[in-house]
Design a protein around this ligand. Structure first.
Ligand SMILES: [Zn+2]
Length: 312
């Protein structure tokens, strides 16, 4: 936890107010502030919730933990989209053209409901490991995931017998309040030729500039740092990793990410988070209307970025 409010990237103590934002994706009126570090320009959550209070922001009234039924008649469509996302992530790894085989060991850090690892194991036969601070994502589906090695609890206490060839963090790093310590630990448990793949919201993006405090990248107060290409490179370099490439986009559909910010703007998350079904037609209509704009996603960042790293 960042109790002294120093910059989580460079540990500098001086900062200035940047923006305030209400709690997102939850029925909660609290307001939090983000500050800008006066040394490295990183944007980070000032006065974050205390560790013992953090669980309130991940309770059953938090959108991703709500049941699938909030999508009503669109539930099956949402499930199909999740499968497409898992497959995009698998193809992303296979397109890296590294010599992976059945002995390849992958750790998905922050795996949540581990459908990505399930699909990956089915397609490649790799040895798949998943970690999340809570086992909520798989505890009710244990038999489905019997080929995946799943861990929860204190990450520093877990002993892995062998090191990993590849570590993925899909929208996970930004939830951690001590990212430097975490990245050093991931460095310790990976092999010399290992790859680390990180997908996070991009502070230097169009949707952040347009949607301001409603931008889904703040995810207030669950995101500790709002990374830019510059700040994430600084963090990685200081944690033993070398940035190979930064892509302007993620595997997550940038339109969905933008739409989540629109939900915040309309205050839907506050009033009617339990039933998003009626907003789905709005979602689909604008998906079609905006489709041509999002074709340019690879040329400048709409909201996300992906970082490919190797060990220094
Ligand atoms: Zn700093």
């Amino acid at each position: 936890m960042n109790e002294n409010n120093n910059c989580p990237i460079c540990d500098y103590s001086n900062s200035e107010f940047f923006v305030s934002s209400k709690v997102q994706m939850q029925n909660n009126d609290s307001i939090f502030s983000f500050h800008k570090c006066l040394n490295c320009d990183s944007i980070y959550l000032y006065d974050p919730p205390k560790e013992q209070d953090l669980s309130h922001f991940y309770d059953e009234n938090y959108l991703p933990y709500s049941s699938d039924n909030i999508w009503g008649k669109y539930t099956n469509l949402v499930k199909k989209w999740q499968l497409m996302l898992d497959k995009r992530r698998i193809n992303f790894l296979l397109d890296l053209n590294k010599k992976f085989d059945k002995e390849t060991r992958i750790l998905d850090f922050g795996c949540g409901h581990p459908s990505f690892l399930y699909e990956l194991e089915k397609k490649t036969g790799w040895k798949c490991f998943g970690y999340d601070f809570s086992n909520n994502g798989w505890i009710k589906h244990k038999n489905t995931f019997d080929k995946i090695n799943l861990y929860s609890g204190d990450f520093n206490e877990i002993e892995f017998k062998n090191k990993f060839n590849i570590i993925t963090m899909w929208h996970s790093l930004e939830h951690h309040f001590n990212p430097k310590q975490l990245l050093k630990r991931l460095h310790d448990i990976s092999l010399e030729e290992s790859l680390l793949i990180i997908e996070v919201p991009n502070f230097n993006s169009l949707s952040r500039k347009i949607q301001k405090e409603n931008w889904a990248g703040f995810h207030t107060p669950r995101h500790s740092v709002i990374y830019s290409p510059k700040s994430i490179e600084l963090l990685l370099e200081n944690s033993g990793w070398k940035v190979e490439r930064i892509l302007n986009y993620g595997t997550l559909d940038a339109y969905i990410f933008w739409w989540l910010g629109e939900i915040e703007k309309k205050n839907i998350s506050k009033n009617e988070i339990k039933s998003l079904e009626k907003y789905f037609s709005h979602f689909l209509l604008f998906k079609v209307l905006y489709f041509p704009i999002f074709l340019f996603e690879k040329y400048f960042s709409f909201g996300l970025m992906t970082i490919i790293c190797s060990k220094k």
